[in-house]
Design a protein. Structure first.
Lengths: 110, 110
DNA sequence: TTATATGCATAAGAAAATTATGTATATTTG
DNA sequence: CAAATATACATAATTTTCTTATGCATATAA
């Protein structure tokens, strides 16, 4: 994913937010989009991504639609209603995380 | 630690930065300082903290000094030279993380 | 005197990632 | 044309990091 361990725990947030911006995406597309947006800094590995997508689906946050394109399979994921709600929660949690880390590491500003 | 999974991977960064600000600290002190600075949002559990401290020591980033105060043991930790270097790296990694997450989640600003 | 606070430690288990494979088709390159 | 790369999914074994539970010991507050 990255040489920095800070990204551990961020994958679901990233997936959900991307899907809130793009209506539907498939796994490989997500890896490429993340790589492009982060200029190569973040590379989502398949071993992390696919289990995460399956779990989000099992939790009812994502819906799947299987499509065949150029004779190759694609599984398009999109947010469910509760997936949309959870995305809002995750974004709030991220804002809180950043604030908290700043309070912790720059106590002068507190 | 927190209800949010985003903190996974942040513990070493927090420990090192606190030690860069306080010269020396002992484990229990770290848990209380973090709780105070984050107004209760972040509670470092002992099961996470002590193994982390031991590992940082084994890696040569921390030195230990055992002291008895009021008949109770305290293990004071302080940064070694390479611990100080690693703290700089961790802080850069945190700044990168925040920038990258913002690029990822607010692509309009990119 | 009993609960809470201080102070350390470790073990069992869960969660989330890495690394390594595996399968299959399409396209680019030498 | 053959070989490498890109596209596209998946899972298993292992590692890392955390939670939860437990244990020991002393001091202080209720």
């Amino acid at each position: 994913m990255s040489n920095s361990k800070l990204y551990r725990g961020s994958l679901n947030t990233i997936i959900l937010k991307l899907l809130s911006q793009h209506d539907k995406m498939y796994g490989y597309e997500i890896t490429q989009k993340v790589k492009a947006l982060t200029k190569g800094e973040l590379n989502i590995t398949e071993g992390a991504l696919y289990p995460a997508l399956h779990k989000l689906e099992a939790e009812g946050l994502l819906d799947v639609e299987v499509v065949k394109v150029d004779n190759r399979m694609r599984k398009y994921y999109k947010l469910t209603q509760s997936g949309t709600k959870e995305t809002v929660n995750k974004m709030e949690a991220l804002a809180d995380y950043i604030n908290t880390m700043q309070a912790l590491l720059n106590p002068k500003l507190a």
